[in-house]
Design a protein. Structure first.
Length: 135
């Protein structure tokens, strides 16, 4: 069981290196866009587990954004103020101002496509694992 996991993990690592052209994993938004899961304008929201205790008393737009760039640094447009931010920058702002909980080490571990049950990071990981290139 453990050796099967190690083999699958190694295969996935090889695919990730190949796709990214080096040692880095393919970017979450790129994986999701390539799989047809997101496009420009896709609405995303903070994962429920990351919401602060008082989230229901706050403006819901604080915890929502739209994907406005699939390749660039400022990939999200915050629904609250209409400005563009990097996902990590928006996480930091929401954490500092409104108490976003840190639930993941990866930035998109805090976000999901509106209505999805899993984070964008987890979805991209699953898509990479299911990729025909990984077998």
């Amino acid at each position: 069981e453990a050796s099967e996991y190690q083999v699958k993990s190694r295969q996935k690592d090889e695919v990730v290196r190949h796709m990214a052209g080096g040692g880095r994993r393919e970017l979450t938004l790129s994986v999701l866009a390539r799989a047809g899961r997101i496009q420009l304008g896709t609405q995303v929201e903070v994962m429920p587990a990351a919401l602060p205790d008082d989230a229901k008393q706050l403006d819901s737009r604080i915890f929502r954004a739209a994907v406005v760039d699939l390749d660039g640094r400022e990939s999200l447009q915050w629904s609250f103020d209409g400005n563009r931010y990097s996902a990590s920058g928006l996480n930091r702002i929401i954490r500092e101002r409104y108490g976003l909980r840190r639930i993941a080490s990866k930035t998109f571990g805090h976000w999901r496509i509106v209505g999805d049950g899993i984070s964008m990071w987890e979805l991209s990981e699953r898509l990479l694992e299911e990729s025909p290139d990984s077998k």
